[in-house]
Design a protein around this ligand. Structure first.
Ligand code: NAD
Length: 334
């Protein structure tokens, strides 16, 4: 059965890694009708917004999107297209696996962590304003409903994927109301899953323990901002942003994208590593019920990484973005 998928190439290195991922998916045996929808600064002149209505319509109709990174201006200019998409489709669960890859040089060989980040609330809700000219206020919004659905998602994920433990990450010692609510809800949800071990960590202590003993962690569930920061930390534990995939899951839509951004300095150079988006595409294929195609792609990618030779420059190889995609496709055909 063919699946309809919206492809948002994005900007910076986005179009290059998106093309690489699309070619790999097309060679995997899964049948995809791609609907290409452009978003980002390039759309401002024509549509007056970086996120034109036709992009939203396409994602709504298809229910699934594969997305390249999109640049967000710092401090001024339009708000993040990425955050707007998560909000528009209520993509409340951001799932970011970080695991060690054989052949990829990193500090650890035994990391296998899944970050489950709440994706719609917290300081990311963007409720902020200036107070006069010399002060600014950002409001940290945490709700019982938002906390409960992400905690459930984390425990259900653990059950479905044979995971043993969920760690709730918070700073409830200081933010007794907001993080206190998140923690209280996580404790309540944990009680309904006696087969899954539950533990709690204060976010600063967690960061230290992740750097010292990452192998002791399994599934982490966090409010939005801590999830954002900790997932990049976890990507760093296993070889960098070029390898970190993610899924943004809602009830009626799901958007799959790499953890990394648009890396503008690398744009147009054909030297970005497309692995993160290719592995995000594997998460998408599993979501679509195309597990065999996802397995084929993943085995080919893992074999190339393990070989250590046919890889991109960030991993010490010499392949460009498109050549790495060629290598994955060749490997699948072996
Ligand atoms: P970034 O992830 O774009 O890049 C940081 C550095 O990581 C790069 O300079 C590069 O050295 C390396 N890197 C990242 N991806 C790589 C890849 N695929 N292959 C090889 N090396 C890679 O982070 P940034 O520079 O902080 O952000 C750039 C822009 O991207 C900003 O505008 C930011 O807002 C945006 N952003 C978008 C998303 C998204 O679209 N979901 C996510 C994060 C950042």
């Amino acid at each position: 059965m063919a699946h309809n998928v919206t492809l948002i190439p994005g900007d910076g290195i986005g179009p290059e890694v998106a093309l690489a991922a699309r070619r790999v998916v097309d060679a995997s045996g899964a049948e995809i009708n791609w609907h290409v929808a452009e978003a980002g600064e390039s759309q401002m002149a024509e549509f007056g917004t970086p996120l034109p209505q036709k992009v939203l319509d396409s994602v709504r109709a298809d229910g699934v999107a594969l997305k390249g990174p999109i640049t967000t201006p710092v401090g001024v200019g339009f708000r993040s297209v990425n955050v707007a998409l998560r909000k528009e489709f209520d993509l409340y669960a951001n799932v970011r696996p970080a695991r060690s890859f054989k052949g990829v040089e990193s500090r650890y060989e035994n990391v296998d962590i899944v970050v489950v980040r709440e994706n719609t609330e917290d300081l990311y809700a963007g409720i902020e304003h200036m107070i006069g000219t010399d002060a600014a206020e950002s409001i940290k919004l945490i709700t019982r409903t938002g906390s409960e659905r992400i905690a459930r998602y984390a425990f259900d994920y653990a059950v479905k994927n044979g995971r043993k433990k969920v760690t709730c990450v918070h700073k409830a010692n200081i933010m007794k109301c907001s993080d206190g609510l998140f923690l209280e809800v996580c404790r309540g949800v944990a009680a309904g899953y006696p087969q899954i071990e539950f533990e709690e960590r204060i976010v600063d202590a967690l960061c230290m323990q992740l750097v010292q003993h990452p192998e002791t962690f399994d599934v982490l569930v966090l409010p939005n901002l801590y999830g954002d920061i900790v997932s990049d930390l976890c990507a760093g534990l296993v070889g960098g942003l070029g390898l970190a995939p993610s899924a943004n899951i809602g009830r009626s839509a799901a958007i799959f994208e790499a953890v990394h951004g648009s890396a503008p300095r690398h744009a147009g150079l054909n030297d970005a590593n497309p692995t993160a988006l290719i592995l995000s595409a594997c998460m998408m294929l599993r979501h679509l019920g195309e597990g065999a195609a996802a397995d084929r792609i993943e085995s080919a990618v893992l074999a190339l990484l393990a070989g250590g030779r046919d890889v991109t420059r960030d991993l010490g190889g010499s392949l460009g973005t498109s050549q790495f995609a060629d290598a994955v496709i060749d490997k699948m055909r072996e």
